[in-house]
Ligand binder design. Structure first.
Ligand SMILES: CC(C)(COP(=O)(O)OP(=O)(O)OC[C@H]1O[C@@H](n2cnc3c(N)ncnc32)[C@H](O)[C@@H]1OP(=O)(O)O)[C@@H](O)C(=O)NCCC(=O)NCCS
Length: 343
C-alpha cells in the first residue's frame, strides 16, 4: 500500500521481487548516503549493492519502504527482524533521508509507516554516526535511549608495525594449533566454528536488549550460500586446543573483489577458559600477515568495537587502528514511538 507524505508517497519495496530499475535507484541512494558518512571510500559499485540487496542473509527478515521524486529515491526505511536473536521483540530500523531533503517530516512519516507494522512490545534499535549529527538530533527528539557507544576504526596496511605483527604472529601458544578456513566450513569443523561465533555473546553490549545472537549449522550454511551469490571472500583463523579439540578462539575477515581497498574485520573472540595466553594477539597478527601477503591491493582494515571493550581495543590500538567515526546504537520502545507520533 502506498501512503502519502505531504507531496511525497511512501512505497513498500521488496528487494526479492523489485525490478532492476527499482533496485538500482535504491542502490544509488545508498551510494549517496555512504558518500556523506564515509567520503574517503570510493563508491561501492551499484551492481554489487544490487546483488547484496537481493541476496540477503537467511537470518534477515526485512521490510522496506522508499520515498521517491520521479525515479530518484530520496529516503528509505528498513525494518529488520533478525531471526537469530533471542529477543523476538527486537527490530533494527534504518531511516535515511537525503541531506538536501531533511527537516520536512519525511523521517517522521517513515517512522510512522514502520511503527504501523509493529505490534505492542516491539523495541526499535538504530545506529547513528557522529559524522552525521542529524541522526542523534532525530534520536533524541523521538525519545530514544543511547544503548551502546561504538567506534569504527581503521588500520592502514602500508603503515603497519610489521615487526610487532611478526612478533605476535610467533606467539604460537603451547598446546594450541591454528586452523585456516578459507571458504565453506568443513563439516568436521562446523561445531568448532559455532562455538566461536556464539562466543561473540561475551562481547559487551551496553544497555542493548537484543539478547543473544545464536548461530546454527543451518544459518552458517545459508550465510555461505549468500556469500557465494554475492561473490564475497572470507577467511577464518580458528585456534583449537590440541588436547581436547575444543575451540579456543577465532578471528574472521571479509573482502569483496569489487571493493578491494577495504577488508572488514568481523568477529574476534577468545573463549573465557583460554584467555590470558596471547591467543587474541596471535590470531589477529596471523590474519594480518595473511591479508598483506594474499591481498596486496587492500589498503585498510576496518572494524567496529564498543568503547567499553577494553581488551579488544588494547589489541586493535597497538595494531594501529585509529578511530574514523563513532556510532551510537539507540533503542526505543514502540509505545514511546507512538507517543512521539501522537504529539
Ligand atoms: C535522521 C534523519 C533520518 C532525519 O530525517 P528528516 O526527514 O530530516 O527528519 P524529520 O524532518 O522527519 O524530523 C523528525 C523529527 O526529528 C527532528 N529532527 C530531525 N533532524 C534533527 C536535527 N538535526 N536536530 C534536532 N532534531 C531533528 C525534527 O525536528 C522532527 O521533530 P518534530 O516531529 O518535533 O518536528 C536524517 O537526518 C538522516 O537521514 N540522517 C542520516 C541517517 C541516520 O542517522 N538515521 C538515523 C535514524 S534511523
Amino acid at each position: 500500500m502506498t501512503t502519502a507524505v505531504g507531496s511525497y508517497a511512501v512505497e513498500p519495496l521488496d528487494a526479492q521481487t523489485a525490478s532492476d530499475a527499482d533496485l538500482n535507484a535504491l542502490a544509488g541512494f545508498g551510494q549517496a548516503m555512504d558518500a556523506e558518512r564515509m567520503p574517503e571510500d570510493p563508491p561501492t559499485p551499484l551492481p554489487l549493492r544490487v546483488r547484496r540487496l537481493r541476496n540477503r542473509p537467511p537470518t534477515m527478515e526485512p521490510r522496506r519502504w522508499v520515498v521517491r521524486e520521479d525515479s530518484l529515491v530520496i529516503a528509505s526505511a528498513a525494518l529488520v527482524r533478525w531471526t537469530n536473536l533471542t529477543n523476538p521483540d527486537w527490530r533494527e530500523l534504518a531511516i535515511e533521508v537525503r541531506a538536501d531533503r531533511r527537516r520536512r517530516g519525511i523521517a517522521r512519516t517513515l517512522l510512522a509507516t514502520a511503527a504501523g507494522v509493529c505490534g505492542d512490545g516491539i523495541v526499535l534499535s538504530f545506529d547513528t554516526s557522529d559524522r552525521v549529527p542529524a541522526g542523534a538530533g532525530f534520536a533524541k527528539r523521538i525519545g530514544a535511549k543511547a544503548g551502546l557507544e561504538a567506534r569504527i576504526s581503521e588500520t592502514r596496511l602500508a603503515e603497519l608495525d610489521r615487526a610487532m605483527v611478526a612478533e605476535w604472529a610467533r606467539i604460537d601458544p603451547a598446546g594450541y594449533r591454528l586452523v585456516w578456513i578459507d571458504d565453506d566450513i568443513p563439516g568436521e569443523l562446523l561445531e568448532n566454528v559455532l562455538v566461536a561465533y556464539n562466543a561473540m555473546n561475551t562481547a559487551p553490549k551496553g544497555a542493548l536488549t537484543f539478547g543473544e545472537e545464536t548461530a546454527t549449522a543451518e544459518m552458517v550454511r545459508g550465510w555461505e550460500r549468500m556469500r557465494h551469490r554475492n561473490g564475497g571472500l572470507q577467511r577464518i583463523a580458528l585456534a583449537v586446543h590440541e588436547a581436547t579439540g575444543e575451540t579456543a578462539g577465532y578471528t574472521e575477515v571479509a573482502r569483496h573483489p569489487d571493493t578491494p581497498w577495504i577488508v572488514g574485520q568481523h568477529g574476534t573472540a577468545v573463549i573465557p577458559a583460554h584467555r590470558g595466553r596471547g591467543i587474541g594477539k596471535w590470531l589477529k597478527a596471523r590474519m594480518i600477515e595473511r591479508i598483506v601477503a594474499e591481498w596486496p591491493d587492500a589498503e585498510r582494515i576496518r572494524t567496529g568495537n564498543a568503547y567499553v571493550n577494553a581488551p579488544m581495543l588494547s589489541i586493535n590500538d597497538r595494531l594501529g587502528f585509529r578511530v574514523t567515526f563513532s556510532a551510537t546504537v539507540w533503542e526505543i520502545a514502540i509505545a514511546r514511538v507512538r507517543d512521539y507520533l501522537a504529539g
